[in-house]
Design a protein around this ligand. Structure first.
Ligand SMILES: C[S@@+](CC[C@H](N)C(=O)[O-])C[C@H]1O[C@@H](n2cnc3c(N)ncnc32)[C@H](O)[C@@H]1O
Length: 306
């Protein structure tokens, strides 16, 4: 199959201490084609996962099909015709809206739910404009102050919502996500946001993405002020898990049972503080007491000063 010759550059970049690592991450940054090349060898296979393209019109057909071809190669999953799509779960789907992950609902396979990264969505824009600015809990937790915006590694990027909010408040955010499928969604969302040029801040300069285990990547990344962690909490009683999106992410990535190790690494490598988001009532991570906690209705931020 032909390569994605028209792949547009995605200028994301995480500065690193280590030259070798620096080159590696810059390589991710150069273009989505290179990103795909890097991720290819690290993907696990999931036998009933497939990718397809459903173009709205023939003008989009070649572009979307090309993207589907490369994602199939990257994730080592089947590339299928659109009419076969009901047989697969999860299904990765390219439409004119970008990449989506479609999951069948348990007990009713005709009903599906989608995961999608859209940094231009009404919901995110509302949160950006009316969420409380630098007074909101997450902003105080990461160390935002009038006249000061910390640099942040979001070591558990997920769908990038927290990263996006912090970025919209003026922070430079380096996202790390280890699920290749979610990293693909994030990359697709970033590309569309960069192309649209509709946000009042330069996304391409302020939000970057690396795919991989943050516990490894942060060792070689330039020291940032704050490392932010929002690992999946293992108990289904967590209110966050009641949200459909979180249940879907959990289905795809499972519980983050190694979050304690990630906290250890974050405490070692953060410049000023580590923030851990926890559900209300959950024990502190790894039995390490934070310096202080910022409580919200259903969750809290445990803040560890370095
Ligand atoms: C609860 S979700 C994060 C949601 C995110 N805060 C948002 O706003 O969309 C947790 C995510 O962290 C990722 N994750 C957990 N441990 C990780 C690690 N060590 N390195 C990279 N990603 C990790 C999981 O794959 C999952 O996508």
């Amino acid at each position: 199959m032909a390569g994605p010759t028209n792949a547009s550059p995605l200028y994301t970049f995480i500065p690193c201490k280590n030259r070798k690592r620096d080159l590696f991450i810059q390589y991710i940054a150069i273009s989505n084609r290179n990103f795909y090349r890097i991720m290819k060898n690290r993907f696990s296979t999931c036998s009933d996962t497939a990718v397809t393209a459903i173009p709205a019109d023939s003008g989009q057909s070649a572009i979307l099909t090309n993207k589907a071809v490369h994602l199939a190669e990257l994730l080592q999953i089947k590339l299928i015709e659109a009419q076969e799509r009901h047989k697969y779960n999860p299904l990765l789907l390219y439409t004119e809206k970008g990449l989506q992950i479609q999951l069948k609902q348990a007990g009713n396979h005709h009903k599906t739910s989608n995961l999608h990264v859209d940094f231009l969505s009404d919901a995110l824009n509302y949160r950006r404009q009316h969420g409380g600015g630098i007074k909101q809990a997450i902003a105080r937790a990461v160390g935002i102050k009038p006249g000061f915006r910390p640099s942040i590694i979001d070591a558990t990027a997920g769908l990038g919502k927290d990263s996006f909010l912090l970025c919209s408040l003026g922070c430079t955010v380096y996202m790390i996500e280890r699920s290749p499928m979610l990293a693909s969604l994030l990359l697709d969302g970033l590309e569309r946001a960069i192309r649209a040029q509709a946000l009042p801040f330069p996304v391409e300069k302020m939000m970057t993405l690396a795919e991989g285990d943050a516990a490894e990547i942060i060792k070689d990344t330039t020291t940032v002020h704050t490392i932010y962690l929002d690992p999946m909490y293992p108990h289904s009683s967590s209110s966050a898990l009641n949200k459909l999106e979180m249940r879907m992410i959990r289905f795809l990535v499972g519980d983050d049972l190694d979050a304690a190790k990630l906290l250890d690494m974050a405490l070692e490598y953060a410049g000023n503080r580590v923030v851990v988001k926890r559900p209300k009532g959950a024990p502190v991570l790894n039995n390490i007491s934070p310096n202080h906690a910022i409580k919200m209705k259903n969750s809290r931020y445990d803040v560890y000063m370095i």
